[in-house]
Design a protein around this ligand. Structure first.
Ligand SMILES: Nc1ncnc2c1ncn2[C@@H]1O[C@H](COP(=O)(O)OP(=O)(O)O)[C@@H](O)[C@H]1O
Ligand SMILES: [Mg+2]
Length: 312
C-alpha cells in the first residue's frame, strides 16, 4: 500500500494543564483532501502546528510523506507548504516581489524566481494586482497571495488552516476553485475549517475534532448516513386530505407524523426512492398534494448530533 501523505498516531499535546490534543489518529492518502472540522478550540491549529514542525507532540507520532516530524523536521519542511495563521507575506512588498523573494530564499535563480511568481499570480488571478503592495489587497486577494506564497516551492502537501474564515461568499468560492485545481494536480491537502459546507465541497474525507479528540471520521456521505435522518414531507390542502393521506401512507408501510401548522406530514425514509411510494399512495387515495420535499441531514446536523453525543 502507498505510504499515507499525512499520518498521526495517538498524538497528544498538552499546554500546561490544557490537553489540546488527546490521542488523535488520522491518515491522509496521497492526492486527497482531508477536512479537519471543528469549532474554535477543538485543536485544529495544534494539529497543523505539529505537522508543520512548528511545535512538538507531547506523545505519539506524526509523519508527513513517511518522514517523522520530530526526527526529520528539515526534510518535512521541504515538502510542505503552509498558509493560514502562519502566512509569511510581507505587507510592504508587492504581490510579485513577495513571491520572487520567497522563490529566491528557496534557492531559485533570478529568472526562475520571476517565472514562478508570474505563474502563481496567473493561477490565483492576481496578475492585475501583481505590482500593488500586499497591504492594499482585499481580504480575498490576500488569502490567495498567502496560498500562492505557500506553493512557491512546489510542495507535495499543503496545510490550509481556516483559509476562508472571514471571507465573503465570492472570495470563498474563488479560494475553493484554487484548492480544487491544486488537488487535480496531485497536491495532498489538509484543510481545517469551521464551515460544514466547505468540508462537504472540498474534502474527500472528514475528521471531526472536538476538545482534542476525534469524534468521527468518514466521507460526508458516511457521516450523513450515520445520522440517518432522511425524510419525506408532504403538504396537504386540508384536514380531510390529511386523514386520507395519513391512512394511505400507513397502508404503504410509512410512518407519517404531523408537523408545523397541521398540514405537513413528515416520515422517515431509507432513501429518495421512497418518494415514488409516497406519491403513489397519496395519489391512489385521491389526495392532491400541495407540496412534497425530500430532505437529507446536513453536515451541520451531523456535527450537532456528534457533539451532543459527547456532551458538548
Ligand atoms: N500556545 C498555547 N498555549 C496554551 N494553550 C494553547 C496554545 N495553543 C493552543 N492552546 C489551547 O489548545 C486548545 C486547542 O487550540 P487550537 O489548536 O488553536 O484550536 P482550533 O485551531 O481548533 O481553534 C485550546 O484550548 C487552546 O486554548
Ligand atoms: Mg485554529
Amino acid at each position: 500500500m502507498d505510504t499515507p501523505m499525512i499520518e498521526l498516531t495517538d498524538v497528544t499535546k498538552t499546554f500546561g494543564t490544557t490537553r489540546a490534543l488527546d490521542g488523535v489518529n488520522l491518515t491522509v492518502p496521497r492526492g486527497t483532501v482531508l477536512g479537519l472540522l471543528g469549532h474554535n478550540g477543538a485543536g485544529k491549529t495544534t494539529v497543523v502546528g505539529i505537522l508543520s514542525t512548528l511545535s512538538l507532540p507531547t506523545s505519539g507520532r506524526a509523519r508527513v510523506g513517511g518522514l517523522d516530524v520530530v526526527r526529520e523536521p528539515e526534510a518535512v519542511r521541504r515538502r510542505i507548504g503552509l498558509t493560514g495563521q502562519y502566512a509569511s507575506v510581507d505587507e510592504t512588498l508587492t504581490g510579485y516581489a513577495n513571491l520572487v523573494l520567497i522563490a529566491r530564499l528557496l534557492g531559485a535563480g533570478r529568472a526562475q524566481a520571476a517565472a514562478r511568481a508570474d505563474e502563481l499570480l496567473e493561477l490565483f488571478s492576481l496578475t492585475d494586482a501583481a505590482r500593488r503592495v500586499a497591504k492594499d489587497y482585499s481580504g480575498g486577494m490576500r488569502r490567495r497571495l498567502d496560498l500562492a506564497a505557500s506553493l512557491v516551492g512546489h510542495p507535495d502537501v499543503i496545510f490550509l488552516d481556516e483559509p476562508t474564515t472571514g471571507l465573503d461568499p465570492t472570495a470563498r468560492r474563488a479560494l475553493w476553485d484554487v484548492v480544487q485545481r491544486l488537488v487535480r494536480d496531485g497536491t495532498t491537502v489538509l484543510l481545517t475549517t469551521q464551515y460544514l459546507d466547505e468540508a462537504d465541497v472540498l474534502a474527500d474525507a472528514i475528521t471531526v475534532l472536538a476538545a482534542g479528540r476525534v469524534i468521527a471520521s468518514g466521507t460526508a456521505r458516511e457521516l450523513k448516513d450515520r445520522v440517518g435522518r432522511r425524510s419525506v414531507s408532504v403538504t396537504v390542502r386540508g384536514a380531510d386530505d390529511r386523514e386520507q393521506a395519513t391512512a394511505a401512507l400507513r397502508r404503504a408501510g410509512l410512518a407519517p407524523a404531523l408537523e408545523g401548522d397541521g398540514l405537513v406530514l413528515t416520515m422517515p425514509v431509507m432513501d429518495s426512492t421512497a418518494v415514488a411510494r409516497v406519491v403513489r399512495a397519496t395519489d391512489e387515495a385521491g389526495v392532491d398534494l400541495a407540496g412534497l420535499t425530500f430532505s437529507e441531514p446536513s453536515l451541520d446536523d451531523v456535527y450537532m448530533a456528534l457533539n451532543h453525543s459527547t456532551g458538548h
